[in-house]
Every structure is written in structure tokens, then in C-alpha cells.
Write a protein that binds this ligand. Sequence first.
Ligand code: GLN
Length: 451
Amino acid sequence: TAAHVKAIEGAGELNAFITQTPEKALTMADASDERRRKGDVGKMEGLPIAIKDLFCTQGVLTTAGSHILDGFKPTYESSVTANLWDAGAVMLGKLNLDEFAMGSANITSYYGNVRNPWTPEGAEKPLVPGGSSGGSAAAVAARIALAATGTDTGGSIRQPASLCGIVGLKPTYGRCSRWGTVAFASSLDQAGPMTRSVRDAAIMLGAMAGHDPKDSTSVNVPVPDYEAALTGDIRGLRIGVPAEYRMEGMPEEIERLWQEGITWLKAAGAEIVDISLPHTKYALPTYYIVAPAEASSNLARYDGVRYGLRVEGESLDEMYENTRGEGFGAEVKRRVLIGTYVLSAGYYDAYYNKARQVRTLILRDFQDAYQKVDAILTPTAPSAAFAVGENMDDPVQMYLNDIFTVPVNLAGLPGISVPAGLSAGGLPLGLQIIGRAFDEETLLRVAGVLE
Ligand code: GLN
């Protein structure tokens, strides 16, 4: 813990942390030593980790990367972080992220952008770490935290993991409790581990997961021993390769990496099966209706009364307007506008209801595929890390980053990104494995072979 605290001090230019908690870390580490002396050793005893600043941490500033939560210190602890502390983990601090987890480059944070530690020395502009869990990915990649929590609504664990060369796992919807995690799109949000290795992801997921009566969508199924799933043996497993993910204009290096992944899995004894997920092309438009709709409803609570920032006005309405006008950044405002539009009377059926129906079709595509295969292999993201400034004036271009990850959230399935190779420019690229609902074990086993 002391070594990590020191390493964080020396890595300020990454801007990975919004809040560092060195005293808390050292106190927690002492308590952990004490438990160890008594032979009381948890699954993550003494391991120094950091937390995406979307998880409420009792008495510790929680910002969601937004100005509107200025000074918000929750009086409660999120269930996921509580589980981690119960397992013996030690908190180093709170990590930077896109504002309310909306973004793919960690450039919408009120606390500034995060630098990808893979940025070449002397580069004119830093590379982005991906997003929204950009601080988490950068901290783990730079070795200033042993592991980090992330959240994934449309790719926010897997895409930054791919861009920073680490492992990122989005569990099945309902596997980890959402209680005490700042909500973005409640039917899509899921917490998960971001780690250096597949084994670390297995251990950390085991600590984070579990039924929680405080989250009605948390599912009451046993949490398996994920580490035991890492047998290294994938002989006879059927791995699907979806035709629709072979997108037009996909960079050749992504296509090549995918092909290599197929070859490796085949060599390890898996059977490769061509599959079709016909509604894939509707996933991104569907997501960008469902997610903003839910966000606009979830973000209604930031009104200057209950949390954080208040900007006074002549009347109550004006206070609301001033607070939200100053408190939210441009991307959040864009989402709230889209969300309220698609939910408004007259448009609800045309957009929101239609999107919900298409979402079911996307889920059925996966269900059909899982009649024939045990897991699916795809690229994680359509490109390696790009420089700050690229893709940035066109929100739609930015939304394309999520093209391979979003369908997984819409279907509520587990997905993992594993570092699998380097781009022509020497930057990390990840491959994604998508599993059956609540079958994180197969996911981890296949990922362990790809790693
Ligand atoms: N990049 C996507 C978005 O901006 C996904 C974000 C996420 O998974 N939290 O909505």
C-alpha cells in the first residue's frame, strides 16, 4: 500500500485520480495486517485498489466526474465497495471518469481528461485512455493501483481496458449490486473489475458479486469460485464468430487481430462456429435512445436541493435552471435533451417503445446463437487509443467506439476484454469474449487462454 501511495504521487500527469485517500489507505492496510496476524484473511486481503468515482464511498468525496456533485460526501457505502472492503481490500482513492459515465475517451470529466500511460514520450497530444472508466484503466495500466472498479453501461469497462492494455470484465446484468452506485442508465449499468490479469479479474469479481436485497435487479444466484474456472482447458468449447461484426471500414489491424484470436482458440482445441446476430446494426441507435432516456430520468434528482452544487436564482425554477445549467457539462446536457425528447408524449411510441422492442430482438439474436455456441469472440473496440482532440467535434463519431460493446449491455450478457496484441503504432488492442447470462466462468476460462 505504501508503495502504491508513493507511486500515485509520482504519476500526477496522468490525472487518473480525482481524490486520493492516502491516510485511509494506510489505516486500512494496518487493519488488514492485524487481521492477517489473527489468521483472518479475506479474498483480497491487503490488496490496494482504487474506485471509479461513480461508487458512493462513505465520508469520501464522490463526484461522478461532475461539477453538480460538488462537495458531495455520501453518508453510505455502495454495496460493491462494501463487499470489497469486507474481502480485505484497501482503498487508494477515487478515479477520474467521464461525467456521469457518459463518454468513450474520458474527456467529458469536470476534472479534466486522463492521459493514457501508453502515450509515446514527446507526443504532441496525449492519447485518451478510453472511457468512461478512463481513470480506472490508466491507473491499472500505469501500475499505480493493483486493480480498479469500473462500471459499464455501453462499454465503459471493456473499451478503456482495450485501449490501455488491461483486462476489463462486465458481468451479467444483476451479478453485482447497483446499490449506491450513481445511476446512468439503470437497465444497462453494471459494475465490474479492471485488472492486470484474468486471474485478478476472477478473484475481484468473486469479491464484488453477490445478491443484494437493496437492489431489486440484483439476482439471487450463488457466486461460483471464479478462480477455479481458470483451468486453461477449452477443448471442445464452441466459440461463435458473428458475421455482422465484420463492419465495413473496420481497420485492417483489428480484423487481423480477430483472425489471430480465432487461430489461437482453435489451436487450444476450441471449435470455431460462424454465427449470425442479424439485429447488430440496430444496437447503437437503440442504445442511444434507451440510455439517454433512462439518464434523463435518473439525472432529474440533481436539482440543487438534495446534493452538491446550488446556484441561487430569483425563484425556485430559476435556482433549478441555474444549478443544472452550470452543474452539467455539454455531453450530459445533450443526453438529457435526447432522453426527454424520446420520452415525450407523441414521440414515446416512435422512439422509446420501438427501441425497447428492438432491444428484445437483439437479446433473441444472442439466445439463438447460444443454442450453437458456448461463447462469442469479437474485437472490443474499432480502434486503438486516439489522441485528445480526435473524433471530438462529432458526437456520433465518438458513439461508434461502442459498436462492439453496446449489444452486450442491451442483452444483459457478460463480456470481457483481454489484451491480445498491438496496433501498427505499438498500442494495445483487446479482444472481447461474450458469454451466456451468468456464465462468467466460461468467459474467464476462454479469456485465460487468450491472455
Ligand atoms: N461510451 C458509452 C456512452 O457514452 C458507454 C458509456 C458507459 O458504458 N458508461 O454512453
